[in-house]
Design a protein around this ligand. Structure first.
Ligand SMILES: [Zn+2]
Length: 299
């Protein structure tokens, strides 16, 4: 404890320590000892010794239950406006919610009984929960919090499967068809191999969710065309450009290959642009993409 370290972003937002500045180490520094038991539930932790992380193996650990619910409701998940950590904590503490499916069974009287407001806040929350029933399928998939499945993986799975049940019941080679690597496929097998997780999918369906499925590939002016985006575009973010391409029936991939139809390159494009040139893949700028989409030029 007390070291000065250098960190960088890894994955989405989790910082990774890439080095210790030993010159700045205080003389009183002592080695950090991971806790042997989960601070939230007291279960003995696993993973000590191998990775720089330990985890609590107790599936009903209250801290994990809350975190899973927060993630499901968050912007990265089904995006239930107003349902933050404070609501989650109150709902869990009163035994009203244990899994995401429970959100969809909440009644006005349940929320009023928590004494958090006289009605308007609860009504807004119930309306937000109601709207989230029709969130896009990828949001439900991402919201489950399956290890190794980020937003990109969730979108790919949503493009390949029509429902959560179809996803949960699929064979590993079908998951791999969604353009996922072996670690992601193994993570899916681990997740859907757990009875409680299969039960959650059934419960969500029974609670009346109606996930919206992305436009089927094969429809739209860019049907089946494979795009890779790189660099920063003048007017659109890459996420916006990807959204437009998908809406037009196109597919957005991470890596350039012989099956790529177009690379859309902006400022700062590097390796992917070089690869496109090497393979002879047509390269577009944002104006070219807009033209392809039949959109008017950027203002
Ligand atoms: Zn725990």
């Amino acid at each position: 404890m007390g070291d000065v370290v250098q960190v960088e972003k890894a994955g989405e937002i989790i910082p990774v320590i890439v080095g210790v500045n030993l010159a700045l180490r205080p003389e009183a520094a002592v080695p950090y000892r991971f806790p042997a038991a989960c601070p939230a539930c007291g279960t003995a932790v696993v993973g000590a010794g191998e990775a720089a992380a330990v985890r609590c193996p107790h599936a009903d650990c209250p801290a994990q239950v809350r975190r899973r619910l927060e993630h499901f409701a968050s912007k990265a998940g089904v995006d239930i406006h107003g349902l933050g950590p404070a609501w989650v904590e109150a709902l869990v503490a009163h035994g009203l919610v244990r899994t995401p499916a429970d959100f969809y069974r909440l009644q006005r009287a349940d929320l009023l009984a928590l004494g958090k407001d006289t009605g308007p806040v609860s009504d807004r929350l119930l309306a937000a929960i109601e709207r989230s029933r029709e969130a896009e399928l990828w949001r439900f998939i991402h919201g489950l919090g399956i290890p190794r499945i980020g937003e990109t993986g969730a979108r790919r799975l949503a493009g390949r499967f029509a429902s959560l049940e179809a996803l949960a019941g699929a064979a590993p080679d079908e998951w791999a068809e969604a353009d996922l690597g072996p670690t992601a496929v193994a993570a899916l097998a681990g997740y859907f191999g757990t009875p409680a997780n299969r039960a959650l999918v059934v419960e969500l369906q029974a609670a009346g969710i109606r996930p919206r499925v992305d436009a089927a590939p094969g429809a739209g002016p860019l049907a089946g065309k494979v795009f890779v985006l790189t660099g920063s575009l003048p007017a659109w973010t890459r996420a916006q450009a990807a959204e437009k391409i998908r809406a037009a029936g196109g597919v957005v991939r991470e890596a350039v290959s012989g099956r790529t139809d177009y690379v859309v390159a902006g400022k700062g494009a590097g390796e992917k642009l070089a690869e496109a040139r090497r393979l002879g893949v047509p390269v577009l700028d944002e104006a070219g993409l807009r033209a392809l989409l039949g959109e008017s030029p950027a203002p």
